[in-house]
Design a protein around this ligand. Structure first.
Ligand SMILES: [Ca+2]
Length: 414
C-alpha cells in the first residue's frame, strides 16, 4: 500500500478534502503493524508557514483510531507539577516533581512523603527536578538516575545525579552529581531533561540550548554541552565509542547535536534505535531518529517561526545537505514532552507505537511508525484538557501519564 496521501504537499484545505475521500475507502494501515484504519489527518488547524516538507508524510499524516476498547482513570490529582515517571518493579511509580521533590505513588493513588536526600534544584521557569530512570539492575542495586537544573555561580545548568533508594524508601542515599552540561548560564528555559539507558548500559541524556539568541548557536558548537544528546557512563564519564571521542574540538560525551530542547527519549523496541522529540519554534516541533555523530540542524535549518512571529534565519532555511531532517514535524505544535514505545501485549494494535505527552496540544499522541517513517497519528485523552508531561508503560500493559495540573492517569484495556 502507499504510505501517505498524495495530497500531503498540497494546501491544508485540499488535504482535508482528499483525506476525507480517502477515509471513505477505509484501508488497513501499516501492513500488519496494527489493525488501524486510515482517517483524515488529526491536524486540521492552519499551519504557521507555507514551508514545504522535505518528503511526503513528514507532517500531517493520516489519522488512525484505536479499535481495542480502552479506558482511562485518574489515579491521583494530588501531585505538584510532576515531570518524570520511573516504574518500579512492583508497578508503583517513582515520580519527580518540578519543585524538587520525589515521591512514590501506589496503585490506589497514595502518595508517599517527599523522599529526602536529593540535591537542591533551581526551579525557576522550566528548571527543576526533571527526568528520572532506574538502573537496569535496580532490583538488586536500587540505583536511580535523575536530571535537574543545578544552581551554580553565574546561573544554572542541566545536571545528572544518582543515588540509592533507601530500603525504607525515605531517602536517596549518597546522592551525588555525576554530570554537568556546561557552560552554566543565567536563564530559566530549555534544559532538555530526559534520561534513559541505552542497550550497552550507558546513559543517554538530553540537554537544551537555553533558548536565548545568545546561547542558541551553541547547539552547533561541539565544545558546548548545550543543545545536545550526551552519552555517559553511570559515573558520568564519556561513554566508550562516542562519535567525537578523538576530536580535540569536541566534548567527548556528545552523541548528537543541533538540538533545540529535547524532552523525549526512547529506544525503539525492535530496531534499538534512539528516537527523540524536541520542542521546535512555533510550527517546528520535531520527531527525530537519532544516529551517533549527526547534526539535527538547529538553528541553521528549522520549520516554523520564532514565537514572536519573526522568521528564523535570513533567509529562513528548512533543508540543507549534511543536516538531518526530522522524521516528522508538527505545525501547529504539540509541545512534545515524555516519550515511550508500547511493548506490551494488552493492546496488541499499540505494539511498537510511539506515545508522546503533548503539553500545549493537551493530548497524548500515538504515532504509528513503519520502516522509520510515520504512517499514522492519533490523539488520546484529548478531551481531558490536560498538559501531558510524561508517559510510561506499566507492568500490566497500561500506560501511565502525568500532567502539569498534578494528575496521574492510568490508560488500560477495558
Ligand atoms: Ca532539527
Amino acid at each position: 500500500m502507499k504510505k501517505t496521501f498524495p495530497a500531503l504537499l498540497l494546501s491544508s484545505a485540499t488535504l482535508l478534502v482528499a483525506a476525507c475521500n480517502n477515509s471513505a475507502a477505509t484501508k488497513n494501515a501499516a501492513d500488519g503493524a496494527s489493525a488501524d484504519s486510515i482517517y483524515p489527518a488529526v491536524e486540521k488547524n492552519k499551519a504557521n508557514t507555507e514551508y514545504k516538507p522535505a518528503f511526503e508524510g513528514q507532517t500531517r499524516i493520516a489519522g488512525v483510531k484505536t479499535t481495542t476498547p480502552y479506558e482511562s482513570k485518574v489515579v491521583t490529582d494530588k501531585l505538584k507539577s510532576p515531570w518524570g515517571i520511573a516504574v518500579l518493579p512492583d508497578n508503583r511509580l517513582l515520580i519527580t516533581e518540578k519543585e524538587g521533590d520525589l515521591r512514590i505513588v501506589s496503585a490506589d493513588g497514595t502518595l508517599s512523603e517527599a523522599i529526602g536526600g536529593l540535591p537542591k534544584v533551581d526551579a525557576q521557569g522550566q528548571g527543576g527536578l526533571l527526568g528520572i530512570t532506574l538502573d537496569p539492575d535496580f532490583a538488586t542495586n536500587r540505583m536511580v538516575y535523575f536530571v535537574f537544573s543545578e544552581p551554580a555561580a553565574g546561573g544554572n545548568h542541566t545536571a545528572v545525579g544518582k543515588g540509592r533508594l533507601a530500603d525504607d524508601e525515605k531517602s536517596i542515599e549518597a546522592a551525588k552529581v555525576i554530570y554537568q552540561a556546561l557552560p552554566t548560564y543565567d536563564g530559566k528555559l530549555h534544559y532538555g531533561g530526559r534520561i534513559i539507558f541505552d542497550k550497552a548500559g550507558n546513559l543517554l541524556v538530553s540537554t537544551g540550548e537555553r533558548s536565548d539568541l545568545e546561547t542558541r548557536p551553541q547547539s552547533q558548537d561541539l565544545k558546548s554541552a548545550l543543545g545536545k544528546i550526551v552519552r555517559i557512563t553511570k559515573d558520568g564519564k564519556p561513554a566508550e565509542g562516542n562519535p567525537f571521542a578523538s576530536d580535540a574540538n569536541a566534548r567527548p560525551e556528545v552523541y548528537s547535536y543541533g538540538h533545540r530542547n529535547v524532552q523525549g527519549l526512547a529506544l525503539h523496541p525492535e530496531t534499538g534505535d534512539l528516537w527523540e522529540t524536541e520542542f521546535g519554534p512555533r510550527g517546528g516541533d520535531e520527531l527525530n531518529r537519532v544516529e551517533a555523530g549527526k547534526n539535527y540542524g538547529w538553528p541553521i535549518i528549522t520549520y516554523g517561526l520564532e514565537y514572536s512571529g519573526k522568521e528564523i534565519g535570513n533567509p529562513p532555511i528548512q533543508q540543507q545537505e549534511g543536516l538531518e531532517q526530522p522524521v516528522y514535524y508538527w505545525d501547529p505544535v504539540l509541545s512534545p514532552s515524555g516519550l515511550m514505545f508500547y511493548t506490551a501485549d494488552a493492546i496488541p494494535e499499540w505494539k511498537n507505537s510511539l506515545f508522546i505527552g503533548g503539553l500545549s496540544s493537551t493530548h497524548i499522541a500515538r504515532i504509528v511508525i513503519k520502516d522509520n517513517k510515520v504512517v499514522g497519528e492519533e490523539r488520546l485523552l484529548d478531551r481531558e484538557g490536560q498538559r501531558f508531561r510524561d508517559v510510561a508503560q506499566g507492568k500490566d500493559g497500561e500506560i501511565f501519564a502525568i500532567t502539569d495540573a498534578g494528575r496521574l492517569y492510568s490508560i488500560h484495556k477495558k
